[in-house]
Structures are given as structure tokens and as C-alpha cells.
Design a protein around this ligand. Structure first.
Ligand SMILES: [Zn+2]
Length: 372
């Protein structure tokens, strides 16, 4: 197959062989983004009005309650900026972070400084170390793309448990159009697929998982939406979400330090994006992140290409230290770690999955029958 890269963004047929190009060489990803942009992203006066109204509503709805909303905080730029933005509006937020033992030191410091400065209560959810590391090791041994699936699952489940406990009705998400309009190819698995997690655990796990709160698709979709009645809100789509500017604001506010890339705040996800996915699946997630910034006008295509020419890991030393850290954290020797990482690549679909995986599709069909 001849190598082809979009002439507007930096998506290519190496990361996604199903990509298509129009006569001008523009890809389906950025064409789609430009078509959706005006109805999803409001970096203007209209956005300001929408954001003001959202914040007013949250404060009104929160009257008589301890908190106006919940915020899942990873330590990354987007969720951190949500805390800062909510603080500026005087929201009473409850922050939840999954402290799974793989946070970088910078991240720990960033989260602590930010929540202290914004006077936000932070709940650190700490999964049982032995069981959680063993479950994550099972994913390494299964040789599937999303090694962070147990981490994602436990965070989502923790958010569910906490909104229920505190009677919170709104969740502020850092997901945004400006930096994420182009999403990488899916790994083909929903993090809440408990059937899949348990199948991989059964085959490769060596310890029980009874101390872990593993969520399922049912609680994720039906529970969140219809029983806990929690609404997700996306405030970053109502401001001019310029990366350089928001980084400078956070630096000024709580001495926030950037990690040099998206999802680099945690050693596990950094290893996943900088080494595991590119080496094993030819998937370089920087392409979609950089393409989003290019399409948003925050970066030139030439600079994005230059960025991609650099190795994903900023240095060999960091790569080595991450791999040593992970081997140690997983409780195996570095030699064994290297052997497991070099296993032939598998897909999630090589293992059992929940029949509810297609729930979103099913739900759409049901809504059609119900005439909604
Ligand atoms: Zn494109």
C-alpha cells in the first residue's frame, strides 16, 4: 500500500488503513470535523453566553447540596483546566482521582497544588494494589491494545459510586472539540465491558479481583443516565480552548507543569502511547491529537509533521525508566516484562466480550421504535 497523508491535517493510511481522501487530498477525519465544528464548538460570544448559563444552572441546581458537580481528574491538561474554570465561576466541585500507583511525580504535584489552590475537595480512589496490578498484568499477557482498560473501568465506576453517595446530578467533563475533534481509531472495546475484563482475568490472572469495584456496561449506561440521572457537561466547548494560553493560565494559577504530551501524566498510559501502541499496532496517537490542533488553527501542519518526526518518547532514558518502573509495579522482572511486551499482537475481539458491547447501537434502534 502506498503511503498517503492528508494534505490538510496529519492523519495517514499507516495509522488507519480505512482512511479516505477527497480529490484535494483532504481526509475523511478533517472533512468531518469542519462539517461539525459550527454546531459543536463555540469559542466566541455565543459560547460565553452558553457557559454563563451552564454555570448559573449548576449553582441553582446545587442549592441545598454539598456539591454542584463532580469532576474526574486525571492530572492531564483538560480535567485540570475544568477545575480552574469551575473555580473562576465559584462552583463547588468534588474532584475524584484514581490513584493507581502509576502517576508520575509531576502529576501528583499538579493535582495536589491545583485542588489546594482552587479549594476543591479531592477524593483519591486507591484500588487494592496487589489485585489491580495482577489484573493489569493479565492485560499485558493477553497482549491486547488497551492495557489501561482496568484503570478506565475503575475510574468510571468510582465516579458512579461517588455521585450516588453524594446525590450529585452533574459531571463536568474535560472532553473537548478543540484538542480532540479527531479521535484515534478505536481499540474496539468499551472500558466498561466487565465480561471482557473477567474473561482476560480468568485466563491470565493469578489473584482474585474481589476487592476491585469493576463496573459493567449496564451500570455505565442505564445506571448513570436513567437511575442516578447524571448529566455530563462539556464546558471546554464554550471557550476558546487554546493550548498555549490555557497552559500559561494554569502555570500562573497553581504552578502547573506540562508533561509534554496528552495522557503522559501517568506512566502506564505514557508507555502505552509512546511505545506499546506504535510498536505493536502501528498506532501513533500523536497523529490524531496534532491533527485536531492543526484543524483548529492552533498549530501549522508543518510543525505537526516536525513533531511527528521526533521519537514519541522524549528520551531513551525515560523509556527505560518507565519500563523498569512498570516491571517493578507489575511485580515481574524486567526480562519477563520485555518478553510479555514482545508477544504477538492480539485484538480485544480475540477474547470474549459482552453482548451489550453494541448497546449504543441497540439503544438507538430502541429509541427509533419508541419514536424518540
Ligand atoms: Zn485530514
Amino acid at each position: 500500500m502506498e503511503y498517503k497523508r492528508c494534505t490538510r491535517c496529519v492523519m495517514d493510511n499507516e495509522s488507519d488503513p480505512t482512511i479516505t481522501f477527497d480529490a484535494e487530498g483532504h481526509c475523511n477525519y478533517c472533512n468531518d470535523v469542519l462539517a461539525r465544528r459550527s454546531s459543536e464548538y463555540f469559542p466566541n460570544e455565543e459560547g460565553k453566553k452558553k457557559l454563563d448559563a451552564m454555570m448559573e444552572m449548576l449553582k441553582k441546581e446545587g442549592q441545598g447540596k454539598e456539591y454542584d458537580c463532580i469532576v474526574g481528574v486525571s492530572g492531564g491538561l483538560d480535567s485540570s483546566y475544568i477545575i480552574y474554570l469551575g473555580h473562576k465561576y465559584g462552583l463547588r466541585m468534588l474532584a475524584v482521582h484514581i490513584d493507581d500507583g502509576t502517576d508520575t511525580e509531576i502529576s501528583k504535584k499538579n493535582i495536589k497544588n491545583l485542588c489546594e489552590k482552587a479549594n476543591v475537595k479531592l477524593i483519591n480512589v486507591c484500588p487494592d494494589k496487589e489485585q489491580y496490578a495482577d489484573l493489569t498484568l493479565a492485560f499485558f499477557k493477553a497482549s491486547v491494545p488497551n492495557l489501561a482498560m482496568p484503570q478506565d473501568n475503575l475510574l468510571i465506576q468510582a465516579l458512579h459510586d461517588i455521585v450516588k453517595q453524594y446525590g450529585i446530578k452533574y459531571s463536568l467533563s474535560g472532553a473537548n472539540f478543540a484538542h480532540e475533534s479527531i479521535l484515534e481509531r478505536s481499540t474496539g472495546i468499551n472500558a466498561m465491558d466487565k465480561t471482557h475484563i473477567l474473561a482476560i482475568h480468568k485466563r491470565f490472572g493469578t489473584k482474585p479481583v474481589n476487592k476491585l469495584r469493576i463496573g459493567n456496561l449496564w451500570s455505565a449506561y442505564i445506571g448513570w443516565r436513567y437511575f442516578s440521572k447524571v448529566t455530563n457537561l462539556y464546558p471546554l466547548n464554550y471557550i476558546d480552548y487554546n493550548k498555549e494560553r490555557v497552559l500559561a493560565e494554569l502555570k500562573e494559577f497553581s504552578d502547573y507543569n506540562y508533561y509534554g504530551g496528552k495522557h503522559y501524566e501517568c506512566v502506564l498510559t505514557r508507555f502505552l502511547q509512546c511505545y506499546y501502541l506504535p510498536e505493536k499496532y502501528h498506532s501513533d496517537k500523536r497523529k490524531s491529537h496534532l491533527s485536531s490542533l492543526v484543524v483548529d488553527g492552533q498549530m501549522t501542519r508543518e510543525d505537526a509533521i516536525k513533531e511527528l518526526e521526533k521519537p514519541a518518547y522524549v528520551s531513551e532514558e525515560l523509556k527505560e525508566s518507565d519500563m523498569n518502573f512498570l516491571a517493578d509495579w507489575l511485580g515481574i522482572s524486567r526480562e519477563e516484562f520485555d518478553k510479555i511486551v514482545a508477544l504477538p499482537a492480539k485484538q480485544h475481539s480475540d477474547y470474549p466480550m459482552s453482548l451489550l458491547e453494541n448497546f449504543e447501537g441497540l439503544a438507538r434502534k430502541f429509541r427509533k421504535y419508541l419514536g424518540q
